[in-house]
Design a protein around this ligand. Structure first.
Ligand SMILES: Nc1ncnc2c1ncn2[C@@H]1O[C@H](COP(=O)(O)OP(=O)(O)O)[C@@H](O)[C@H]1O
Ligand SMILES: [Mg+2]
Length: 293
């Protein structure tokens, strides 16, 4: 990441960002003239409620606004990603679960379009909770999601996999299929608790199953700039992870749960809100770092 960092334009005003570092300018990326093959990114943290699903939806929507073709994979049996995009999961007979455990389905029949142009979703529902147990006895059980996604990889520029809050076999499948990982961290006490275990898991996957896997970035979420506490948490995360921490941080705002209830990304629910602006900046930062086309 060091060399791409050098490509950033440091703003002439020298403004320091919320992570305590000079804030680069992230320009609009070039328009893509063709699409695919996709870079796969797993959204991972075994802690729940840190903003994985919110980030998957809104980063995905922001990338789609930039003309990227984006597939979001709901890989949590809770199905919050699907519901948050208006997919009626309880009515679905076939979901990502069936693609994982049965033969003979076409992934293109399972993928749903969202109201956002260029943003598709591979939905999940509670059926997925059975997959972990069922897959344990399979040959190459860690590589099943990679195999499921292969037929549509050339149709998309980015695939974001919204992981469940665990380091079980589903998450291992996501990390094995992925090129990169984004780790959302809530700006709270104990935010870093468990991250060592996650990093250890990622290193094991890199060693044994997926040498191309890299950490694309650590994302501070639920940031409250009015509190010293939020600033201290971000400072300690930067101290620990350095340049791997995104310059973009996501503020705490009730607009996110509001947008989820409305089954929309914040970028369409309230496109001028600072939460929408933040995810658009994250999309440009990710592309500038080489984390997406
Ligand atoms: N930046 C934020 N500010 C306020 N609430 C948020 C923010 N990000 C997420 N939330 C809310 O917090 C809850 C957990 O977020 P979610 O994205 O579902 O986390 P995870 O997928 O890691 O469990 C949800 O109700 C969501 O709407
Ligand atoms: Mg979630």
């Amino acid at each position: 990441m060091g060399e791409t960092e050098a490509a950033f334009q440091i703003r002439v005003d020298g403004q320091v960002g919320p992570t305590g570092r000079p804030l680069p300018d992230f320009p609009d990326p070039p328009v893509l003239t063709g699409h695919g093959p996709a870079r796969i990114i797993a959204m991972c943290n075994q802690k729940g409620g840190v903003g994985k699903t919110t980030t998957t939806i809104n980063l995905g929507a922001a990338l789609a606004e930039l003309g990227r073709r984006v597939l979001l994979v709901d890989f949590d049996p809770q199905g919050a990603l699907s519901v948050g995009l208006g997919v009626p999961t309880h009515e679905l007979d076939v979901t990502v679960y069936n693609l994982l455990v049965e033969r003979g389905h076409d992934i293109r029949d399972v993928i749903a379009h969202t109201r956002v142009e260029g943003l598709d979703v591979l939905p999940a529902n509670i059926d997925l909770s059975a997959a972990e147990v069922q897959l344990v006895g399979e040959v190459a059980r860690e590589q099943i999601l990679a195999r499921v996604l292969r037929p549509v990889i050339d149709d998309y520029d980015v695939v974001l996999v919204d992981c469940q809050p665990s380091l079980g076999l589903l998450t291992i499948n996501a990390l094995t299929a992925a090129h990169g990982v984004i780790i959302p961290l809530e700006c709270e006490f104990f935010a870093m608790r468990g991250v060592a275990l996650l990093v250890e898991t990622i290193e094991k996957i890199t060693d044994r199953l997926n040498p191309r896997l890299v950490v694309d970035g650590i994302l501070a979420t639920m940031y409250d700039g009015r509190t010293l506490h939020s600033k201290e948490v971000v400072a300690s995360v930067v101290e620990h992870f350095g340049d791997r921490v995104f310059h973009t941080v996501i503020s705490r705002t009730v607009k996110f749960p509001d947008a989820s209830l409305a089954a929309e990304p914040i970028t369409t629910y309230d496109g001028s809100h600072k939460g929408a602006t933040a995810y658009r900046q994250l999309a440009r930062e990710l592309i500038a770092r080489g984390g997406a086309a």
